[in-house]
Design a protein around this ligand. Structure first.
Ligand code: EZ4
Ligand code: CO
Length: 404
């Protein structure tokens, strides 16, 4: 029996911060896991190195499920984003080890491919419609068949998903404190249907369009948005209301048939259970790492499948290429995939994380390297030390803190 010999938690910042777990076994295998939680990186790192790693030394790395159960159930204080990102990161590293130990890509251990390739969507941003049309053309030229569309709003200086004057959107900004953004849902609600209509007219009917409302609306505002966007045939409308009040989605359902995607801030099957069995969502949106890794997300996706609900894993630049790869192995081997988010990474990220996955004509594939197929170059990573960075926060025009 191989043993877990050493666990290191490495933080680097090639453009943005990533928390990477390195597990070494007595067989000489190295497994890589990602445990990045945007803006709270050091908390997850401490959770793992102070409280998880010491418990795992000497255990059998092959017993992935037993280790998962141990980390989840033996703590008493269950769930939550920090705990679950830590468990998820360890789970990813253990699947990487298992794949490498039998010389197979992880998707083969999950039952093998159930599709040839994975439909991906990427982000398309423009401050106004003219800029957005330009960005749509560029992403279509890159081969994407599905595009998320976000734009600025007249009267607001900053809006989730768009950067004024910049081509690439990155929500977290470096510095010791969170940046303030001023938000007004009324202005947004009156403007966004014009943008989505413009985008649909521009791309025609062959391309899938998606939109993210980022948890900002009240239930009735969300219902209004669903209704107003219905004519444009969106693939999904994401995170319309804050995640805590799940009842809100019933109200939205009463007024709109727009497909709803929810769950990037959820991290266990328990967060999704009622939404799934009451059919209040259409796409489960959790990240394969933030929701406890491959072992746990597969259970969530299977529960969803019983109700004809699909999954579309979170894939922003703030989870590392290791999580992206893990998602792709699950996507390739799990029947009820809807779509995979692929925000993409700044170039410098692939100097640190070399990966076997590939993107071609708008479709992703995890590749056939053993394990997850991502290597972390510690030497290059050392050139990019951790730098504090935070997501923005929002206030309304009267100064009240509101949901970002
Ligand atoms: O704001 O991952 O759908 N994608 C998103 C992301 C989230 C970030 C937060 O860290 O909503 O852009
Ligand atoms: Co989102």
């Amino acid at each position: 029996m191989a043993k877990i010999e050493k666990i290191d938690v490495l933080i680097s910042s090639p453009g943005r911060n990533y928390v990477t777990i390195k597990i070494q076994t007595s067989d000489g295998i190295i497994g890589w896991g990602d445990a990045t939680l945007n803006g709270r990186e050091l908390s997850v790192a401490s959770y793992i190195s102070d409280h998880v790693a010491p418990l795992l030394i000497g255990l059998d790395p092959d017993r992935i499920e037993d280790i998962w159960q141990f980390l989840y159930r033996s703590v008493y204080w269950r769930r939550g984003p920090i705990t679950m990102a830590a468990i998820g990161g360890i789970d990813l590293a253990l699947w990487d080890i298992k794949g490498k130990s039998v010389n197979r890509p992880v998707y083969q251990l999950l039952g093998g491919a159930v599709r040839e390739k994975i439909l991906a969507y990427t982000h398309t941003v423009g401050w106004d419609l003219a800029e957005l049309k330009d960005a749509l053309d560029k992403n279509l030229a890159r081969g994407f068949k599905a595009l998320r569309v976000q734009s600025g709003v007249p009267g607001l200086d900053s809006v989730y998903g768009v950067s004024q004057g910049k081509k690439n959107y990155e929500p977290a900004s470096r510095g010791a404190s969170a940046q303030l953004e001023v938000w007004d849902s009324g202005k947004y609600l009156r403007h966004v249907p014009k943008i989505i209509e413009g985008a649909r007219n521009h791309v025609g009917d062959d391309i899938e369009l998606l939109h993210d409302a980022h948890h900002r609306l009240t239930p009735i505002q969300a219902a209004q948005l669903g209704k107003s966007l219905e004519p444009y045939g969106l693939f999904w409308l994401e995170d319309v209301t804050p995640g805590e009040n799940q009842e809100a989605l019933k109200l939205i359902r009463q007024h709109s048939t727009i497909p709803l995607a929810i769950g990037e801030v959820f991290n266990t099957i328990w967060d999704f259970k009622d939404l799934i069995i009451n059919q209040q969502l259409d796409y489960v949106r959790c990240s394969v790492m933030h929701a406890g890794g491959i072992s746990h997300t597969r259970r969530i996706f299977d529960l969803a499948a019983l109700y004809g609900i699909k999954f579309g894993p979170h894939g922003p630049s703030d989870v590392s290429p290791i999580t992206m790869a893990a998602s792709l192995h699950v996507d390739l081997a799990t029947p009820n995939l809807g779509i995979q988010e692929f925000m993409g990474y700044p170039e410098v990220v692939s100097e640190v994380f070399t990966h076997a996955y590939s993107l071609k004509d708008g479709y992703l594939h995890p590749g056939d390297a053993s394990g997850l197929g991502v290597d972390y170059n510690e030497k290059v990573a050392a050139k990019f030390p951790y730098a504090p960075a935070y997501l923005p926060y929002a206030r309304t025009f009267d100064g009240t803190v509101t949901d970002w």
